[in-house]
Design a protein around this ligand. Sequence first.
Ligand code: AMP
Length: 219
Amino acid sequence: MRLVLLGPPGAGKGTQARMLESKLHAPQVASGDLLRAAVKNRTPLGVEARRYMDKGALVPDELVLKLIEERLNQPDAAGGFILDGFPRNVAQAETLARMLENRGEKLDRVVALIVPDAEIVKRISGRRTCRNCGAMYHLIYDPPRNVGVCNECHGELYQREDDAEETVRMRLKVYAESTRPLLEHYGRLGLLSEIDGMGATEEIERRILRALGVNDAAA
Ligand code: AMP
């Protein structure tokens, strides 16, 4: 399955992508994770990208597209993928469509998670991420068993620089201006399923699987 997860920052795209990986037999491909790895490794691309990420702005398309293309060329993405955080604007969506067309592929579905802005700010300001494996927690809704320590790999939990409240508001503005038009774009193409992103993560996953026509029990 070739799937795109759309939605504002903090809508739960990363959480759902990780949960869906095993059910859909397709890897999560998260542009934000690829960018953060480049920043951490101080590659030239990472150094350039960081200037935008720290402000909550979008990284220039050509940098992101390079990372995505490299990732989609890896063998585990040959049979499908779950794109999380990409595309972020119509130009990226068009380039993705061309990229896939050159490979004789196309998107199967675009799932948009709908969550109100006030809820987003609440979710993101309590979010903590594992420095080592990228697992996500919430101080109130989903706290780790031991304060500051990842349940999965015992890595250190931290607050992403761009999860500070002011930067979150900037990211929401960028979402409204650049990314929300993708709903209409994919709607016109008949690919869009809009899903209520409020509620328990398992319930949201069930809604997504239903929209994809995947039987939860059999998956
Ligand atoms: P995310 O982890 O998806 O919230 O992304 C974190 C930051 O990485 C964003 O605020 C952007 O600065 C950058 N980023 C991630 N994906 C993209 C993309 N597709 N296009 C441009 N910038 C991106």
